[in-house]
Design a protein around this ligand. Structure first.
Ligand code: G4P
Length: 538
């Protein structure tokens, strides 16, 4: 095995930051970039108050809504490590896109707002990480202001998320008013200092050993004593640090800090890089694929079109699993059973792209996609043909009939709708017996319909007419003997809407579980599937 391959793998860390909107994911990401030297002044990208968007925001719609709807990839170096941060959309309606992003990482950082603790979206994202059994690191943010007691936050992690935590540092101060943090490893205290700039620049702050007179002078007697008591209690009764438990996602190292004022950020980054795993093996049709395998392999986890309005392009984001990636290399594309050339590979710092010549396991590369790639596709060395396990899929729950307002724009309409389907943002169906001018679009949340409307207008110049349908359940239909289910063979087909998916498989859309019960009772041999029968449900 090449020594270079081994070294490049060892120094890579590929992770996502997950949080409920507003907990501070964008701010923390920005501060990690600041400490990594990838940007020089935090806030120059997300300037406070005036401009609400960050480095990783791409689409206009994000700016309008102030939410992140696309996932982006940021790469930088720190302390000999090569770091790939995958940004995950924060809004709950985008869970499918987020889910796919989480398939491409080796660990996750969970940001909590110290005052709010575990919130709804944190729970959902956490669940996905837990299912994948990847290590999860917790950063409790906003310690510069009033927050919940650290012990209560630890209880919340255990009771709400079912994960035990091991504090790596500990807040100094009582009743949620914090003065600094105590590092349990170095046994030193870092005191917060006022910062009017929102931590635009990196900082090195004074650190004090526990019996330093400066520390005693800075804290009142009660706060100082409470800190000593807390430390003693943690050392005695706290969950022991256990690398094995961390590695399989059973225990989360917990850090306290404040992304905005930079407190605890550098320490967090360094500890994270020390403890987080390098690129992991992946399950495939040919057994586990080791990153150290010299034969190149990767999978597509995201497709994105028209990121740059200046070029009408489409990019497929791949995560490299094994071997070395080289520009212009030819690889086998499992889905089409063809050899494809990987031209114009790109890496990103938000809108800045650069063409790259090589990349290694753990890296994310954006490939120019002439329309051949799909989500979950495997790319591998021609001498080693296999497929990575399929991504699980979400059952669609919202449906609308969609057509172009202007029938003359039908061609652009079809192109736009096909594009969004390939990106995995929507699922497309055609009603049995209906004309081809309209589609039935299925999604996991209603926000996707706004995105559909907006993107068709801004990228394809098409105004659409969108009529929400009352259905909430989709079922793919099969008979055990392989016969095709048709509207005629199905009793009660008119109790819902009989449609076909992109691969012309029959699907019934109904209003609720009750309607589904009727169909099941009256079609004894029918088999119903919440997702296409060859796919696994999330
Ligand atoms: P998100 O990506 O998770 O949605 O959160 P984001 O970083 O955008 O942060 C949400 C808000 O919380 C922002 O305030 C941000 O400045 C603030 N924030 C982040 N970290 C800290 C922290 O450590 N302490 C305090 N006190 N606040 C923090 P905003 O008012 O919504 O935006 P802005 O005007 O500051 O840009």
């Amino acid at each position: 095995m090449s020594e270079q391959l081994k070294q490049e793998i060892r120094r890579r860390r590929t992770f996502a930051i997950i949080s409920h909107p507003d907990a501070g994911k964008t701010t923390l990401t920005e501060k990690l970039l600041l400490y990594g030297g990838a940007i020089h002044l935090a806030g120059s990208i997300k300037s406070r108050k005036t401009q609400r968007h960050a480095v990783s925001d791409w689409m206009e719609i994000e700016k309008q809504r102030g939410i992140s709807v696309t996932s982006s990839v940021l790469q930088f170096d720190y302390g000999g490590c090569r770091i790939n941060i995958l940004d995950t959309p924060g809004h709950q309606d985008f869970s499918e896109d987020t889910y796919r992003t989480l398939m491409a990482v080796d660990s996750a950082v969970m940001v909590l707002d110290a005052a709010k603790g575990v919130e709804a979206q944190t729970k959902k994202l956490f669940k996905v990480c837990k299912e994948r059994r990847i290590p999860i690191f917790t950063f409790v943010n906003k310690l510069d202001r009033f927050g919940k007691a650290p012990i209560d936050l630890m209880d919340e992690l255990e009771n709400v998320l079912g994960i035990r935590s091991c504090p790596m540092n500990w807040p100094v101060g009582s009743d949620g008013r914090y003065r600094g943090v105590y590092d349990r490893q170095t046994k030193q205290v870092e005191l917060f200092a006022a910062d009017e700039t929102h931590g635009q620049e990196t900082r090195t702050s004074e650190k004090y050993v526990l019996d330093a007179p400066e520390l005693k002078a800075a804290l009142d007697e009660e706060t100082y004593q409470a800190l000593l008591d807390d430390i003693a209690l943690l050392d005695e009764a706290g969950e022991a640090f256990d690398e094995e438990k961390i590695a399989c996602g059973e225990l989360t190292p917990m850090f306290f800090g404040s992304a905005m004022t930079n407190f605890g950020v550098q320490n967090f980054l360094e500890e994270y890089l020390r403890l987080a795993p390098p690129p992991a093996v992946r399950v495939s049709s040919d057994g586990d694929i080791q990153p150290e395998d010299e034969r190149f392999s990767a999978f597509v986890f995201k497709i994105q079109a028209n990121m740059n309005p200046a070029h009408r392009d489409r990019l497929a984001f791949i995560r490299i699993v094994s071997g070395k990636f080289e520009r212009n290399m030819s690889v086998w594309h499992a889905a089409s059973d063809k050899v494809v050339k990987l031209a114009q590979p790109q890496q990103f710092l938000a809108q800045d792209r650069q063409i790259i010549d090589e990349a290694w396991p753990g890296d994310i590369v954006g490939l120019f996609d002439p329309g051949v790639f799909g989500i979950g596709d495997t790319l591998s060395d021609e001498s080693h043909k296999f497929k990575f396990a399929d991504f699980p899929v979400f059952p669609p729950e919202k449906f609308a009939r969609v057509q172009a307002k202007d029938t003359m724009k039908r061609k652009q309409f079809v192109k736009g709708v096909e594009q969004l389907t390939q990106e995995g943002a929507i699922q497309l169906f055609q009603q049995a017996g209906a004309g081809t001018e309209s589609y039935i679009v299925g999604t996991v949340g209603t926000l996707q319909f706004d995105v559909l409307t907006y993107r068709l207008k801004s990228e394809y110049g098409v105004d659409i007419e969108l009529v929400m349908q009352p259905f909430e359940v989709a079922r793919w239909l099969t008979y055990p003997d392989g016969r095709m289910v048709t509207p005629e063979s199905l009793r009660g087909a008119d109790r819902g809407m009989f449609v076909y998916d992109r691969e012309e498989r029959p699907v019934l859309l109904v209003n609720n579980e009750w309607a589904l019960g009727w169909i099941t009772d009256n079609n004894p041999t029918l088999e119903l599937h919440a997702v296409p029968p060859d796919r696994q449900e999330i």
